[in-house]
Design a protein around this ligand. Structure first.
Ligand SMILES: Cc1cc2nc3c(=O)[nH]c(=O)nc-3n(C[C@H](O)[C@H](O)[C@H](O)COP(=O)(O)O)c2cc1C
Length: 318
């Protein structure tokens, strides 16, 4: 239908969100949909299936100082409404990442957030420092919550989480996101600790520790015995944790993850208090899930007459 001359044209809703307002302009995304670490490779693997530039951001697989082969197979198993994985930080290592992927990321019109792994505070700081100065790296996501490698994840103790965050903050000027674990009693305590130590934002949740036993062999299915549970099965836990952190720390940017498969799922996280969401396990079912959710959020704003995405953040608390 044609507009009458007296009607103002309806402008498109604003989907953009600021995930690091303490660093003005440093991590403003054109929409709130990211891919989750470990489910979207280094971004290049999906470039023939979708236009990566339509995404709010891409989060890479964890990068450690040295290349790693990861855990022995089997490394994944399906579970009701989800999956367990125990990949164990398989990656090409810092130098190959800088050489092979950073130049491509620099040419994309989408922020690339690199997920950083380490076995010591020094390793986290060294890898983050090198990546932060690489062209094409928009931010660092500190993976202090992986349940699939030896040693206690730093995100299980507030003082350890704060120590590693402060060490990385001291050597890295780009936005710093700390990825938190659901395998804790009080996630708010950990979120508060990393923000006080210099994190610009938190992402939650990483996977929940689980196990599947093969009743024929009477042994755990995964080579690592335990693995991380992801997918729709974990969504209510993740939404609850985002809700708790937003209620206690309303100014802290939260990136929600855990079973986001559809637009409706993404909206639950946003209403709970997340400024952005990560799409993980869904990529294995539908590689285009993330861009479909971007379109779905745009439709939702238009349908509901909401001008700005950020008006919806935390709606469940009001
Ligand atoms: C196969 C696989 C590999 C993953 N690897 C990483 C990783 O390297 N670093 C990380 O921080 N999280 C990793 N994760 C966790 C996801 O990024 C995400 O936090 C979690 O799976 C919950 O989201 P989802 O239910 O949408 O998958 C991995 C998850 C899966 C399924």
């Amino acid at each position: 239908m044609a507009l009458s001359l007296n009607e103002a044209p309806v402008s498109a809703p604003n989907l953009s969100v600021d995930c690091a307002p303490r660093r003005p302009g440093a991590l403003v995304l054109k929409n709130p949909v990211m891919t989750a670490s470990g489910t979207f490779g280094y971004g290049t693997e999906y470039a023939s299936l979708l236009d990566v530039n339509e995404l709010g951001a891409i989060v890479t697989k964890a990068i450690s100082r040295q290349p790693r082969d990861g855990n022995p197979p089997p490394r994944t198993v399906e579970t009701p409404s989800g999956m367990l994985n125990a990949i164990g930080w398989q990656n090409i290592g810092l130098n190959a990442c800088l050489r092979e992927y950073a130049p491509t990321w620099g040419r994309w019109n989408v922020p690339v957030i690199v997920n950083v792994a380490g076995f010591s505070i020094e390793e986290y700081a060294e890898v983050a420092e090198a990546l932060a100065s690489a062209p094409g790296v928009a931010a660092i996501e500190l993976n202090i919550s992986c349940p699939n490698v030896e040693g206690l994840p730093f995100a299980l103790r507030p003082e350890l989480a704060a120590e590693v965050t402060a060490a990385v903050r001291a050597v890295c000027d780009v936005p710093l996101i700390c990825k938190l674990s659901p395998n804790v009693t009080d996630v708010v305590e950990i979120a508060a600790a990393v923000v006080a130590a210099g994190a610009d934002a938190v992402s939650l949740i990483n996977t929940l520790v689980g196990m599947v036993i093969d009743t024929r062999t009477r042994r755990p299915v995964l080579g690592n015995r335990t693995g991380g549970l992801s997918g729709p099965a974990v969504r209510p836990v993740a939404v609850r944790m985002v809700y708790e952190v937003h209620r206690a720390l309303p100014d802290v940017p939260i990136i929600g993850a855990g079973g986001v498969m559809t637009t409706d799922d993404a909206l639950q996280f946003i209403f709970a208090g997340a400024r952005a969401v990560q799409v993980g396990t869904a990529n294995f079912v539908n590689p285009r899930a993330s861009v479909e959710i971007v379109a779905g959020l745009r439709d939702y704003l238009e349908r509901e007459g909401v001008r700005d995405m950020s008006e919806l953040v935390g709606a469940a608390h009001r």
